[in-house]
Every structure is written in C-alpha cells, then in structure tokens.
Design a protein around this ligand. Structure first.
Ligand SMILES: [Zn+2]
Ligand SMILES: [Zn+2]
Length: 116
C-alpha cells in the first residue's frame, strides 16, 4: 500500500539525505529539509536563492559579529534559537552586485521572519 504523505524528497540544503520534512520559509517557498540540516539551522543562517536554488550557510556567530545595526542585532539575538531558513530573491552567483542589497532588504523587511 502506498502512503502519499510519506513520500520522501531530497533535502534541498545538503542534497544528500531523503526527507519527508518540509518547511515553509518567509517567502512562501516550500523547502524539503532533513532533520540534520534543520538542526544545523539553529546554529547557522541558511539562505536559499529562489532563482538558482543555491544554498548558502553562514554561522550565526559570524553574522552577528558583522552586524553594525543595533536594532537588527537585537532582532537576531531574540530569534537566535529559532529555525531560520530564509529565501533570498537572488544570490551572488546570479547577481554579484545585487545580492548584498537583496539580503539586507529581506532581513530588514522581515526582521526575524515571524519565528519569534
Ligand atoms: Zn539535509
Ligand atoms: Zn542564484
């Protein structure tokens, strides 16, 4: 017998493990992610380019250190323990000039993306 609810898909983050876990990010992308990568998102920010689907993982501690805006810093600290997998409109591979603006804009617009 087939159970459609248990169909497994490849984890989009590590592209290694099969998973039946799915999360919706703040841009409404449905992401298949394995338990291991979901756990990793507590320690790391995970960004997924909605254009080419490249995945970028940055340790939160590194991101905190580079933040200069105290308000943004506070927002991050408050949702430090949330699972954060964010979509970015476009990544550095697709648009080397625009990526920093895109990331900064999405961070500012969403603050913690409603995870707090
Ligand atoms: Zn994974
Ligand atoms: Zn891209």
């Amino acid at each position: 017998m087939e159970d459609r609810r248990s169909i497994k898909e490849l984890c989009i983050v590590c592209r290694d493990a099969m998973t039946d876990l799915q999360v919706d990010n703040d841009q409404g992308m449905r992401i298949s992610v394995c338990r291991q990568c979901l756990d990793a998102s507590r320690e790391n920010f995970i960004w997924i380019c909605s254009h080419c689907r490249s995945v970028y993982i940055r340790p939160k501690s590194l991101v905190f250190r580079r933040l200069e805006d105290p308000g943004l810093m506070q927002a991050y600290l408050e949702c430090q323990d949330a699972d954060v997998i964010q979509g970015v409109d476009i990544c550095i591979a697709c648009d080397p000039q625009g990526v920093h603006q895109a990331v900064a804009a999405s961070e500012r617009a969403n603050e913690c993306g409603g995870h707090c």
